[in-house]
Design a protein around this ligand. Structure first.
Ligand SMILES: [Zn+2]
Length: 262
């Protein structure tokens, strides 16, 4: 009889899990940081309907989606504490796989399309720019994101991606809404000097791009990968002339940026 009682009590104890209290107030740790360090902007390269289908049903996603419809809200597709699959192979500031450490914002825009008259670029709607600015402002305040960590897909995946493309108004976002990184003209004018440019070796210039965050090797020679990075940089800061070559103007821009965001 006693044995039966013991067996029954073992079975009962095994089945009933005690609910312990979790105290998250008494002790808190100092050694921690935010998961979110970057905001990555994209265009979807397709219309609203296909964008919604692709980002909700496929194996790509983003935290936020901004459609072309002025009266649509900003759609959140993935909670901020979860990873969305928007960045793919990517790197910046010595970090790779930026899906782990970023929030992705997809903006519906057709990107670049081929027409009979050549390549056509599609401007963003005013409402999209304002919604993007509002969202970035909110997120960068919440996660204390550095201005230069607000980036395009092209910045973190040079050569592989060109979105959000040459028509994305980075300079306007900075000037009008105080969002993202942009150089000050006083610094640019200082470095826009062929005498200064002349004393910089290829290695020195490569170090400037690496210092800013681009995944550039300091080798002393311009590799194909480096040229893709130069193109990505120009796409962001000088979209009217994307040469993929280093020149005085590109040099002055990277120097002025490093001066401001050191
Ligand atoms: Zn993208």
């Amino acid at each position: 009889m006693q044995l039966i009682i013991v067996v029954i009590s073992i079975i009962l104890t095994g089945c009933s899990m005690v609910n312990y209290e979790v105290d998250n107030v008494t002790y808190t740790a100092k050694g921690k940081n935010q998961r979110v360090k970057f905001i990555i902007l994209h265009y979807t390269a397709c219309d609203d309907k296909i964008s919604i289908d692709t980002l909700t049903k496929g194996n790509v996603s983003s935290h936020y989606l901004i459609t072309t419809h002025k009266w649509d809200p900003i759609f959140q597709l993935v909670p901020e504490n979860e990873r969305a699959w928007h960045a793919g192979i990517s790197s910046f500031q010595g970090r790779s796989n930026l899906n782990d450490t970023s929030i992705g914002i997809e903006i519906v825009n057709l990107g670049v399309s081929e027409t009979e008259g050549g390549l056509k670029l599609h401007p963003f709607h005013e409402s999209q720019i304002r919604k993007t600015a509002y969202l970035i402002k909110k997120l960068s305040k919440k996660y204390k994101i550095e201005p230069k960590n607000i980036l395009g897909h092209s910045d973190i995946s040079p050569g592989r991606k060109i979105d959000p493309g040459p028509l994305f108004p980075w300079e306007r976002l900075h000037r009008e809404f105080g969002i993202g990184a942009w150089y000050d003209s006083i610094d640019f004018n200082f470095y826009y000097d062929s005498a200064i440019f002349g004393i910089y070796s290829t290695e020195n210039i490569q170090s400037e791009f690496k210092r800013y965050g681009y995944d550039m090797e300091v080798s002393g020679e311009w590799s194909e990968k480096d040229k893709k990075i130069l193109k990505a940089f120009q796409l962001h800061f000088r979209p009217k002339n994307i040469s993929g070559e280093i020149d005085l103007e590109t040099f002055a821009m990277i120097k002025a940026l490093n001066h401001k965001y050191r």
